[in-house]
Design a protein around this ligand. Structure first.
Ligand SMILES: Nc1nc2c(c(=O)[nH]1)N[C@H]1C(S)=C(S)[C@@H](COP(=O)(O)OP(=O)(O)OC[C@H]3O[C@@H](n4cnc5c(=O)[nH]c(N)nc54)[C@H](O)[C@@H]3O)O[C@H]1N2
Ligand SMILES: Nc1nc2c(c(=O)[nH]1)N[C@H]1C(S)=C(S)[C@@H](COP(=O)(O)OP(=O)(O)OC[C@H]3O[C@@H](n4cnc5c(=O)[nH]c(N)nc54)[C@H](O)[C@@H]3O)O[C@H]1N2
Ligand code: SF4
Ligand SMILES: [Mo]
Length: 698
């Protein structure tokens, strides 16, 4: 037996970037704790980090390439797998055009710098425009707003939670999600600190969330009416002459157009639709305007809905109008050590360069919306997708109307999955290429440092050597690209690219490099966020566009909400929720995380349950125009009347998957009822929230 050793790394499950301290001996994990010396997370972790050992040791995890045969799954060599994939993809592309092969990227790609760095080369080799990702089931509206207002889709304003005096949280539940497009490990403490310094936290959500319970004020809102609320807040700021632009005043273009556009949206006009009275809306605007510093932070609830683009634009508008943009305590811009925004000036965005073939949805950031992926596979004609590769994604459970995508994948001529499990999506593959994960992978956060509430940088070595037969995701992507092009390896590695990016980045002259980070395993602190937008702005004319025509034109669509009639057939509005002990669809194979009572319940108010004659724990059927699911009722004081909430990420009890623990879980997939036809027409993002459903005893 050897000595106990300690390993420091960043947890890469969610966006919070928590530092971990892991005790291990002879390949066994003895403990996983928060790293108190991590300058950013300072010891914070959540229960999911402890499960990293489960994913590492999971006997269900795939280790060698698999081929589907009539007699079941068969191990094959990497070389055989790569050759077959290249031959099939190239054959289909020769016969039907380059776009005959589709790609879907899932969430873990964003948590793996090897993927982030090697994917562009892979895409070039594959040469298809049929690209999709979970971004269009998530944060696409943030990118579209950043692109049109600031000139770069990645220039997303981040709430300066550690210095603000007033935080308005719309449609986010960071106490459970640990923050999103706001990397802030230990959000709970940070929110509490706002209150301790005399500030205020207000949450706007159709559910009294775990975050709302810690806030000073919670306002129930009807799903999808947030843009109306924000327009009324902006209206009030103009109406009461509370607009103060601060240091950015000379940089702001379009103020008069904005003032004109918000004129109609008085608090009285929007109050009935939102379910928030006019006086409360006025007070909220005044509170935000008069706070020493303030920030509006809108996330999933205001992104994955029919008006996601408008919401994310208006979120930025409110921060600008109150003088809180690019200002301490307001919405700020990180300066990451590895910068994805640099030198984008004048580069045209790909928004609208193409429209999707079947539904004419907009292209953005070189992708089409995932809500139309099934259409593109199932609708015959030129440009139809005939083969797919999914990389670290499980869209059968994660995308709207997942059941139809399930059928679509089954109909493909050929499919490949790069994944760690045989799951609801990858079971459709002809070949599965297994990747390393978690503790076997080196880590640097290329994305989430760009969205973090403090500038820090950290590189983590792998804790465990991968087995000789295993490949990292980036090696799989590299090898596929080489096989597809017939080229020789030029020796590019993610570490080399990372090192170059660090050396040429904002801290390069101060000695930032990969070696520097390797010498500091707890991470290095680069200080609080600083006003820097004037240097980082990428618009051609150097101005902040506060009222891009694209958004003004979209306001017409909103006006329908003002006189929405009640729906007799589908009287309820459905929203999703996240759970503290699961991450999307893939962590449910950890015993540790799934033990205990079934968390996949439909939450509803006491009044709604009484009207439906449902009691707590009874099985209900939730039905939409798309499909129906059955799950237990949970009666709670936390739901707005007329709104029900179901967790996302479940539905593992199907046949022929290889996640043996997950398969025993009773949870059902919310996306068997969601509607792929519902998107934010402006951005193409999936509109999960506010789906009309009926509920009855099963
Ligand atoms: N109704 C509803 N639907 C939603 C949401 C919602 O709120 N409501 N949320 C949406 C959001 S925000 C997101 S991000 C999407 C997520 O959608 P997806 O990204 O499609 O779903 P994940 O569960 O993250 O899928 C991760 C996949 O990667 C695999 N995996 C895990 N680690 C690794 C790795 O290191 N390498 C490789 N190669 N594979 C790995 C897992 O086995 C799994 O198959 O879901 C969306 N869907
Ligand atoms: N534990 C855990 N953490 C996670 C994840 C996970 O699966 N589990 N997933 C990660 C991922 S991929 C992401 S993108 C982030 C997301 O992080 P968050 O944005 O914080 O996500 P949610 O918890 O889904 O919070 C969305 C909130 O919006 C509310 N909502 C729904 N519809 C509306 C609406 O129309 N208006 C308003 N105002 N509110 C609405 C919901 O009730 C919910 O409270 O979380 C990440 N962290
Ligand atoms: S909050 Fe996120 S990053 Fe932190 S330990 Fe939990 S899963 Fe990992
Ligand atoms: Mo996400």
């Amino acid at each position: 037996m050897t000595d106990t050793k300690t390993h420091y790394r960043t947890c890469n499950i969610c966006e919070a970037m928590c530092g971990l301290e892991i005790q291990h001996r002879d390949g066994d994990i003895l403990s996983i704790k928060g790293d108190r010396e991590d300058p950013f997370s300072q010891g914070h972790i959540c229960p999911k980090a402890v499960a990293l050992q489960d994913f590492y040791q999971d006997p269900d995890r795939l280790k060698t390439p698999l081929r589907k045969t009539a007699d079941g799954w068969q191990d094959i060599s990497w070389q055989e797998a790569l050759e077959e994939i290249a031959t099939r993809f190239r054959g289909l592309q020769a016969a039907h055009g380059q776009d005959a092969v589709g790609v879907y990227l899932g969430n873990p790609n964003a948590h793996n710098f090897g993927n982030a760095i090697m994917l562009p080369g892979f895409f070039k080799a594959l040469g298809t425009n049929n690209r999709y990702s979970s971004a269009s089931a998530d944060q696409l509206p943030h990118h579209v707003a950043a692109n049109y207002m600031l000139g770069a889709g990645m220039l997303i304003p981040i709430p300066d939670i550690d210095h603000t005096d007033f935080m308005l949280i719309i449609g986010a539940n960071p106490i459970v999600s640990n923050g999103s497009l706001m990397t802030a490990p230990g959000v709970g403490k940070r929110l509490k600190a706002i209150q301790q310094r005399g500030g205020k936290v207000v949450v706007v959500d159709p559910r009294r969330t775990e975050t709302a319970k810690k806030a000073d004020q919670h306002l129930f809102i009807r799903p999808e009416t947030d843009a109306l609320l924000m327009l009324a807040l902006a209206h009030t700021l103009f109406d009461e002459q509370r607009v103060t632009l601060g240091h950015l005043e000379p940089r702001i273009a379009g103020l008069a157009e904005l003032a004109e556009a918000v004129k109609l949206y008085t608090p009285e006009a929007v109050a009935p639709a939102c379910g928030i009275d006019a006086a409360t809306i006025r007070t909220l605007a005044r509170d935000m305007a008069s706070a020493r510093s303030a920030v509006c932070y809108s996330r999933m609830g205001a992104s994955t809905q029919s008006f996601g683009g408008l919401c994310q634009w208006l979120n930025n508008v409110l921060n600008i109008l109150t003088g809180n943009f690019d200002r301490r305590g307001g919405a700020m811009f990180p300066q990451p050590a590895f910068d994805l925004v640099r030198n984008k000036k004048g580069k045209p965005s790909s928004y609208g360069r193409y429209q999707s073939r079947v539904r004419k949805l907009p292209y953005f950031n070189n992708e089409f919306p995932v809500a139309t992926l099934a259409d593109e596979i199932l609708t015959p004609g030129e440009g139809q997708i005939r083969a797919m590769i999914t990389i670290a994604g499980n869209p059968v459970l994660s995308s709207p109307d997942g059941a139809r995508l399930d059928q679509a994948f089954a109909s493909l001529e050929f499919m490949v999955a790069v994944d760690i499990y045989l799951n609801e999506t990858t079971r459709h593959a002809d070949i599965i290429l297994p990747a390393t994960t978690g503790l076997e992978v080196p880590h640097f956060d290329v994305f989430f440092n760009a969205f973090a509430v403090r500038n820090t940088a950290k590189y983590s070595e792998p804790l465990f050597e991968k087995a000789p037969e295993q490949k990292h995701d980036w090696e799989i992507l590299r090898d596929l690209a080489l096989q597809l092009t017939g080229r020789d390896d030029d020796g590019t590695t993610p570490e080399r690219m990372l090192d170059a990016g660090l050396r040429h980045g904002a801290y390069g002259k101060d000695g930032m490099s990969l070696d520097h980070l390797k010498a500091h395993p707890h991470g290095v602190d680069l200080g609080p966020l600083q006003p820097c937008l004037e240097q980082r702005l990428q618009t051609e004319d150097g101005m902040i566009q506060i009222a891009p025509q694209l958004f003004l034109d979209d306001l017409d669509r909103l006006d329908g909400l003002l006189q929405q009639a009640s729906d007799q057939d589908y009287p309820f509005s459905l929203i999703s929720r996240r759970l503290p002990r699961s991450h999307n669809t893939w962590t449910q194979n950890s015993h540790r995380l799934v033990k205990g009572r079934n968390p996949c319940t439909v939450q509803m108010s006491q009044g709604d349950a009484e009207r439906l004659g449902l009691s707590d724990g009874q099985t209900a059927e939730v039905r939409s125009a798309t499909g129906s699911i059955r799950l237990p009722v949970e009666i709670t004081g936390d739901m707005f009347d007329g709104v029900i909430s179901i967790p996302q990420g479940w539905g593992h009890n199907r046949s022929d998957t290889g996640m043996t623990v997950a398969a025993t879980q009773p949870g059902v997939s919310i996306n068997d009822v969601t509607d792929a036809g519902r998107v934010d027409a402006l951005t193409g993002n999936a509109a999960f929230n506010g789906l009309r459903v009926a509920v009855r005893a099963a």
